[in-house]
Design a protein around this ligand. Sequence first.
Ligand code: GLN
Length: 452
Amino acid sequence: VSIAEITKQAFERIEKLDPKVDAFLAMNKEQATKQAEEMDQTPLAERGPLFGLPIGVKDNIVTEGIETTASSRILEGFNPIYNATVVEKLKAAGMITVGKLNMDEFAMGSSNENSYYKNTKNPWNLETVPGGSSGGSAAAVAAGEVPFTLGSDTGGSIRQPAAFCGVVGMKPTYGRVSRFGLIAYASSLDQIGPITRTVKDNALLLEAISGHDERDSTSANIEVPNFAEALTGDIKGLRIGVPKEYFAEGVGEAAKQAVREALAVLEEKGATWEEVSLPHSKYALATYYLLASSEASSNLSRFDGIRYGYRTEKAGNLLEFYMNTRSEGFGDEVKRRIMLGTYALSSGYYDAYYKKAQKVRTLIKKDFDDAFEKFDVIIGPTTPTPAFKIGEKVDDPLTMYANDILTIPVNLAGVPAISIPCGFENGLPLGLQIIGKYFDEETIYRVADVFE
Ligand code: GLN
């Protein structure tokens, strides 16, 4: 089959399936079709494993000539003049970007209900949310619209929607993947990562997007392994830590039971497991919302109506212009975070909130350092429960935040973690979270592959 034909079929599938799922925002049909035709000229010997395959990209990753909104009204009509590093890398691997995927506005949310444009639905049950903020990316893969997507994960935004949609989602080690061209939410936490149907696909895609980038000063100058080679099936002697805090009250019985069954499978293959404590986990949620909101309040100050996207029609002077553009352009959740972050950073409160949160972050990181002295991976559920109904939590931000309780500590520490499908509750998928040491995504993939 020609790449042109594969690409044509990819768009046909999306056109057929997306009206139900609502995962896609802008489509890239014209450019993609042209790229596919050109690529058919590439000799077979020069084609890598991902060559010619379609991919969807989360809408907070900038794509040259394709509208990029981060699902915010304030970026409506914004057409970037350059590609994010990851998008350049997809191109270099011969992948075809077919379109942009819906998300919570500026990646703030856990259900996709904070998108200005539409609500993405969970393909397993169209009345439930796909999770967030990379809900469009997870739903598009789960529905079979595309085999590969990119998401971003600041506090769980790849792993939680992957769990809710029954697909594989990896948050790489902080610094593994360049953030150049990722619209910043909380820069010290944000990472781009792959969402796929299989572990092998995930490993291939992570390899393609990883690597040092001069344009991101936090990107690590560290070798990129051939992750797919780690899928040996051999986990003999692997030491697994199971945090007791991830089996606390509030985590559903079905999620706990699914993890216990997964542990039994790993034991049978020669791994051993033991309970471990991550004692500062209970402070993770508060710490995260202080730090993430603080960074967001600073990062989002660039949206002033002058440089890109939406601008107000009603303004008598410059100050009013800024204020009206931002009041009209940002949604409620984004405003809530800007207010919280500005407050936490203001003089007089900085020491009590921001500085203290930074100190607790160090303690949370130390919990992981201590645990990894003894264990190769840490395993627990990805989320306390499966996908919830659309509308169910939308008026209750604190309950919505609590959804990320098991994924957030990982971002605060900066370690990598994957979510793979693991059991069901009421016909909806649950996720198994496998957390690894810094830059040891290989071991995570090897463990995940046992369940393929
Ligand atoms: N739900 C979390 C938040 O709203 C995580 C989002 C993310 O990882 N981008 O901040």
